[in-house]
Design a protein around this ligand. Structure first.
Ligand SMILES: Nc1ncnc2c1ncn2[C@@H]1O[C@H](COP(=O)(O)OP(=O)(O)OP(=O)(O)O)[C@@H](O)[C@H]1O
Ligand SMILES: [Mg+2]
Length: 305
C-alpha cells in the first residue's frame, strides 16, 4: 500500500521523492474533484514540472494518480507542429480560432492537447499496451492507475534504475513489443525514453502521451517512431552493449507501411536498406515537368491580370 508519509530514512526513488515530506493541503485545481466526489483525499505531490503537476490521491478505497495539466502558456517544445500536425477538430470555428491563435483558440488548443493524452490512454489500453489504466478526466485533471513497484511504493522511472544485461534485454524486447502494438493501433508515442517509462512491479509501463501522433496521418510519424526505438536501444544498450548493434526501427516501420505488422511479428533487429541505382533520366523528366507546370501557372496569372 502507498503510505501517507515517507519516513526520512527511506530510500528515495528518483528526485521526485524530495517533495514527499511537504505537508499536503488540497491543491486548488483538485478541489472541484473533491467536491464532485471523484477524489476523497490528496495524499502527496509526486512532481511538478513545466507541463503538469502529478499527485497521489485516495478515491473510494483505491490509490490513484492525478495529473493536473498546466496552462498552455507554459507549454514546451512538445506542442510543436511536428506533433500536432493533422490533429483534427470536427468544429470549424475551433479550427479557425486555433489557427489564428486567439485566446479562445489557445484554450481549445490546450483542451485538444490534454484530451489527446486521455484518448491515447484509452486507445492503447484497449490495444493491450501497458499504460496506466485511465479512470476519468475532469476540469483538466486526468485520473489514472498509479503505477507502483513490487513493494507498493510509487514506481521509479527507468532512468532511476540499474539493470543486469539479462534484465535490459528482457525489458528492451518487451518495450519493442509495446511499440509494435501501439503502431498496430495507429499510434506513435513520439517522446518515448527512459524518462517516460516507469518500472512497475509487473514490468515497464509507458506514460506521458499528450504528444502521441497518428501513425497514418502525420508526416513526421516515421521519424518520431525511429527516434523512439533508438532511445530504447541507446538506454538499454548501456547495460547490454550488443543491443547497440540492432536496427529495429526501420524494420518495424517497413513492415507497418507494407501492411505486414502484427502484434505477434518476429523481428530480426536487422534491416537491409535497398539502394537502387539512381535513374537520372526520370529525375530530369520530373524537374522539367515541374518547370513547365510553374511556367504555365505564371502564364495563367499574367493573362488573368
Ligand atoms: N500513472 C502514474 N503512476 C505513477 N507515477 C506517475 C504516473 N504518471 C506520472 N507519474 C510520475 O510523474 C512524472 C511526470 O509525469 P509525466 O511524464 O506524465 O508528466 P510531464 O508533464 O511530461 O513531466 P515531465 O516533463 O517530467 O516528463 C513521471 O516521471 C512519474 O514519475
Ligand atoms: Mg514525462
Amino acid at each position: 500500500m502507498i503510505r501517507d508519509s515517507i519516513l526520512p530514512d527511506e530510500q528515495p526513488c528518483g528526485d521526485q521523492r524530495l517533495a514527499y515530506n511537504v505537508p499536503m493541503k488540497t491543491p486548488r485545481r483538485l478541489q472541484s474533484l473533491i467536491e464532485e466526489g471523484l477524489i476523497d483525499k490528496v495524499v502527496m505531490q509526486l512532481m511538478s514540472g513545466k507541463e503538469a503537476a502529478v499527485y497521489v490521491v485516495h478515491c473510494g478505497g483505491e490509490t490513484l494518480c492525478a495529473k493536473v495539466y498546466k496552462e498552455a502558456t507554459q507549454r514546451s517544445f512538445r506542442q510543436a507542429v511536428d506533433y500536432t500536425e493533422n490533429r483534427k477538430t470536427k468544429n470549424s470555428r475551433k479550427t479557425r480560432a486555433m489557427a489564428k491563435g486567439t485566446r479562445y483558440g489557445r484554450q481549445e488548443q490546450e483542451a485538444a492537447w490534454q484530451s489527446a493524452e486521455v484518448d491515447a490512454l484509452y486507445r492503447l489500453a484497449a490495444a493491450g499496451v501497458r499504460v496506466p489504466a485511465p479512470r476519468n478526466f475532469l476540469d483538466g485533471v486526468l485520473l489514472m492507475e498509479l503505477i507502483t513497484d513490487g513493494h507498493g511504493d510509487v514506481a521509479p522511472r527507468l532512468n532511476d534504475v540499474d539493470f543486469t544485461p539479462e534484465q535490459a534485454r528482457a525489458h528492451h524486447a518487451m518495450l519493442l513489443l509495446q511499440v509494435v502494438r501501439m503502431l498496430c493501433a495507429g499510434v506513435v508515442h513520439g517522446d518515448l525514453s527512459e524518462f517516460n517509462i516507469l518500472l512497475g512491479g509487473d514490468g515497464p509501463v509507458i506514460i506521458d502521451l499528450p504528444q502521441a501522433v497518428d501513425a497514418a496521418g502525420n508526416n513526421h510519424a516515421n521519424r518520431l517512431l525511429l527516434r523512439d526505438v533508438v532511445n530504447l536501444r541507446d538506454f538499454f544498450g548501456r547495460f547490454a552493449p550488443e543491443l547497440l548493434l540492432t536496427d529495429f526501427g526501420p524494420e518495424i516501420w517497413d513492415l507497418y507501411q507494407r501492411g505486414m505488422l502484427s502484434a505477434d511479428v518476429v523481428l530480426t533487429g536487422r534491416f537491409e536498406r535497398e539502394f537502387a541505382p539512381v535513374d537520372m533520366d526520370s529525375i530530369i523528366r520530373e524537374i522539367e515537368n515541374a518547370r513547365a507546370e510553374e511556367a504555365a501557372r505564371l502564364l495563367r496569372l499574367q493573362s488573368a491580370a
